[in-house]
Design a protein around this ligand. Structure first.
Ligand code: PLP
Length: 429
């Protein structure tokens, strides 16, 4: 079995720690930790074949789009069960109309909304709840803008653990709240923002011995990094020019960056795509940091955007994220809420729905093409992070009045009135 450990990410430190520490801070310098491995040298061709062959077995670990790539997650001791809901194996779809709308690029979307609880969070959750089970944890906690709470609640109850989530009061979508409650979690509404609720919870996790699953937990990122294996497999290992992902707490971009780095080290790919992070204008501290070339992230005190999944002012993973951007010559873009909803509407013409945060990717690509930073014709994969049904209230509210007048009709229960209405529709078809 490959040896896994926690390791400080700070240059000049890189101290190793055992896997069972729960504060995820380096003893020596206080830096963030990530999972490191003494990876065995496996021939890339053999790995690809192993992964491919698992697709034809019926074992749930082989069907999971995380555990099918388990050679990349060797922290699970031989013989331990994994806690899985068959996450991953989501579609990669060409979206030609959205590609045109964005300025004439070759665009595909990787739809992570097609996961058991409807967001990419499930990829990370299967890994970190598996680790929580290995450590014998009884209570898992997180602060959340909604999707982490839905995902954690599902995996925790499956593993027989109690789930407690803190969310900003009155600020998460009803759909996400309903998911967490249905899975039996205790939901504590506290503070005005995600950042408040996270800060308060974090102050107590060590004292009360709670297992914290926010993306500060490096096991989350291990699960999330496997998305790059799927994307590349689905493209017959042709590396795209760009991978675009929304940024909230910046765990996902960090995970994707780590996944790409490891695939390159293992010889599975030869070059890296450029990573692009898109943020909402009212919650864009990472964009500002990169645009201003600053060495430190300055939090946004009152993050604002209707894309609630990325309404985060003080992203915990920025140090990992900046490494991923630098290592891939990446970029960061910022988009307004109007641009987000216009992008969401454009995607809908390809029959693809997503939650608002996910549509920042398409809006960001359009801006980067318009400003010449991404060339026309570029080969791009955008990661859609959440499902269309996650935020129905806002999507309905954002549908323009003209569209609604045309699309949402009320007709008296009379066959002649219905005929007249249908004839008007047919005339415009
Ligand atoms: C969590 C989430 C994000 C942000 O991901 P980070 O890893 O926090 O940057 C984006 N979109 C959706 C739908 C999410 O649930």
């Amino acid at each position: 079995m490959t040896k896994a450990f926690l390791q400080c990410i700070e240059d000049g430190c890189h101290r190793k720690h055992t896997l069972d520490r729960k504060d995820y801070r380096c003893d020596a310098c206080g830096g963030m930790l990530e999972i490191g491995y003494d990876a065995p040298r496996v021939a890339p061709q053999a790995l690809r074949q192993t992964w491919q062959s698992r697709k034809s077995t019926s074992a749930i670990e082989d069907q999971s789009g995380v555990w099918r790539f388990r050679e990349l997650l060797p922290f699970v001791p031989e013989g331990s069960n994994v806690v899985t809901l068959g996450e991953g194996h989501t579609p990669l779809l060409d979206v030609d109309r959205a590609g045109q709308w964005a300025g004439g690029v070759r665009l595909a979307i990787k739809h992570q909304g097609n996961n058991p609880t409807g967001s990419f969070k499930d990829l990370g959750m299967t890994a970190c709840i598996t680790e929580a089970a290995i450590l014998g944890s009884r209570v898992t906690v997180c602060a959340s803008t909604g999707n982490t709470s839905a995902s954690m609640s599902a995996y925790a109850v499956r593993a027989g653990m109690k789930a407690v989530v803190t969310v900003p009061a009155g600020k998460i979508s009803a759909a996400k709240l309903a998911q967490a409650l249905e899975f039996g979690a205790v939901v504590i509404e506290i503070g005005e923002t995600f950042d408040d609720s996270f800060r308060l919870l974090r102050a107590l996790t060590a004292e009360l011995n709670l297992y914290l699953v926010n993306s500060l937990n490096p096991f989350r990122l291990e699960g999330q990094k496997t998305i790059v294996c799927e994307i590349l497999e689905q493209r017959d290992w042709r590396v795209p020019e760009y991978i675009v992902v929304p940024g909230g707490n910046l765990g996902n971009v960090s995970a994707i960056g780590k996944g790409l780095r490891e695939l390159k080290e293992l010889g599975l790919i030869e070059k890296l795509p450029r990573l692009v992070v898109t943020q909402a204008e009212g919650a864009n501290p990472f964009y500002r940091m990169v645009a201003n070339n600053s060495a430190e992230l300055i939090p946004v005190a009152e993050p604002r955007t209707e894309a609630s999944a990325i309404r985060i002012g003080n992203p915990v993973n920025w140090k990992k994220a900046i490494r991923a951007i630098r290592a891939t010559e990446g970029m960061v873009e910022s988009v307004s809420d109007d641009e987000i909803f216009a992008a969401k509407a454009a995607l809908a013409h390809d029959g693809v729905g997503c939650e608002p945060a996910s549509a920042t990717t398409i809006a960001g690509i359009r801006k980067l093409v318009a400003s010449g930073k991404i060339p026309r014709g570029a080969d791009i994969v955008a990661v859609l992070t959440g499902h269309q049904l996650k935020d129905p209230e806002i999507s309905l509210r954002r549908r323009g009045e003209a569209d609604l007048a045309r699309q949402r009709l009320r007709v008296e229960p009379d066959v002649n009135k219905l005929r007249a209405a249908l004839e008007r529709v047919l005339a415009s078809a």
